[in-house]
Design a protein around this ligand. Structure first.
Ligand SMILES: C[S@@+](CC[C@H](N)C(=O)[O-])C[C@H]1O[C@@H](n2cnc3c(N)ncnc32)[C@H](O)[C@@H]1O
Ligand code: SF4
Length: 398
């Protein structure tokens, strides 16, 4: 039986329909500091450790200098954690260091994640002066009761003013992150959230199903009997957001992401196209020339390793042959325009589970492309893809 599954956020985001041949370099920079840890969050974050900020940025600078030169960067994503908590000078220093070490393309996208409670006209202007041109606000909901349930520190009122401030400061692109399907949220509350987001006229909106991640406070609460998000409710809310956003002209370019034309997130497009991205900071993951690497997640270990002149790596993995093909399709499936079929396409079309999805009109494998027709089935298709048996990969799709 085919089972619909809620959609979770992808890891930290080719122009639409152009997944083939993307070879522009990106960089991810992780800032782990948060005012407090939200109950659902399983990212590499620390709360109550602001006194380590200067030490952290010194370590981050050292890590950037250790990375072999790589060509200029087309996009930079400063994510978290809460980058908007740290000073404009420290963030500007990171952008300068990346520019000095690798170079920045003239049209480079430089994104930063911000929490609404940190945002002021001065913060916005300082970030623009530092070269940041895209901001992604973690709004999550425009319902204060839902924000309380999510453990957020801002109100709907705080979120209503941030887009205007970002526009006034000169940001080229403004994005809002929304979370749907927390147990207290009604369908009407979610409708209000999406309509409120639309009314602020952002360039980009991400909608994520609340996911109970292992090891989080939320998972402990659910294990102790608290209500868990309901997959049917989340599927309804996913479809509602899709209808509301596309109706007013947002392009649904990726499972969880919507953009006005020309405002798709370049950093994420590169990731989904299996492009190369350098990664710096606590718990950061990078991908370069077929090798994936990940950094340690414990703050003290990260700082000590860099202070000792060592790279803060927790592990590396070389992805080649069939595994690289599976990964390319697994990532590219998220694009609404689909992914080049390559060697995986024929195997998927002849696999019984693949055929069941094709017969149910959830999946299409035609004209050299694999396309998920119903985005709610992206995870189901991905599971089938990851289970496919290897074949000779003389044919390369990108
Ligand atoms: C890691 S957060 C960093 C941004 C910022 N600190 C914030 O919280 O707004 C990036 C986004 O991931 C989403 N997110 C994080 N954990 C999630 C979860 N368990 N379920 C659904 N969405 C989640 C939220 O929408 C959030 O804005
Ligand atoms: S969701 Fe954002 S603010 Fe909350 S703990 Fe995670 S990174 Fe920090």
């Amino acid at each position: 039986m085919l089972v619909e599954r809620p959609l979770r956020p992808s890891g930290p985001p080719p122009p639409p329909g152009e997944d083939d041949g993307i070879d522009r370099l990106a960089a991810y920079v992780h800032i782990p500091f948060c005012a407090r840890v939200c109950p659902y969050c399983d990212f590499a974050v620390v709360a109550g450790k602001d006194e380590s900020t200067d030490r952290y940025f010194a370590a981050l600078g050292a890590e950037i200098e250790m990375e072999p030169s790589a060509g200029s960067l087309a996009s930079v994503f400063i994510g978290g954690g809460t980058p908007s908590r740290v000073s404009r000078d420290l963030l500007a220093g990171v952008v300068e260091r990346l520019a000095g070490r690798f170079g920045l393309a003239d049209d480079a996208e430089i994104s930063l994640e911000a929490n609404p409670e940190d945002w002021t006209p001065e913060v916005a202007a300082g970030l623009v002066a530092a070269g940041v041109n895209r901001v992604s606000f973690g709004v999550q909901s425009f319902d204060d009761a839902v924000l309380g349930e999510l453990g957020r520190l801002h109100t709907a009122g705080d979120a209503r003013v941030v887009v205007g401030m970002a526009r006034a400061a000169g940001f080229a692109s403004v994005s809002l992150d929304l979370i749907f399907g927390s147990p207290l949220e009604s369908v009407e509350s979610w409708r209000h959230t999406v309509e409120s987001a639309i009314a602020l006229e952002p360039d980009h909106v991400s909608t994520y199903a609340l996911t109970v991640e292992r090891g989080t406070e939320l998972s402990r609460m659910v294990a102790a009997g608290a209500p868990a998000p309901d997959p049917d409710d989340q599927a309804d809310k996913y479809q509602l957001a899709r209808a509301l956003l596309t109706e007013v002209g947002f392009g649904h370019y990726e499972v969880s992401n919507y953009a006005r034309p020309g405002h798709e997130c370049i950093y994420n497009l590169n990731t989904w196209a299996q492009g190369d991205y350098l990664a710096f900071g606590l718990g950061a993951h990078g991908h370069r020339a077929g090798v994936r690497r990940r950094n340690v997640r414990r703050l003290e270990a990260y700082l000590e390793m860099l202070e000792d002149g060592r790279r803060p790596e927790a592990g590396t993995e070389s992805i080649t042959g069939w595994d690289a093909e599976l990964e390319r399709v697994f990532l590219g499936l998220r694009m609404r325009s689909g992914v080049a079929a390559g060697a995986v396409g024929d195997v998927l079309a002849s696999d019984p589970d693949g055929q069941a999805l094709i017969s149910a009109k959830k999946l299409e494998v035609t004209e050299g492309r694999i396309c998920v027709l119903d985005p709610l089935f992206t995870d189901s298709v991905a599971r089938v893809v990851l289970g496919l048996k290897p074949v000779e990969t003389g044919r390369v799709a990108r």
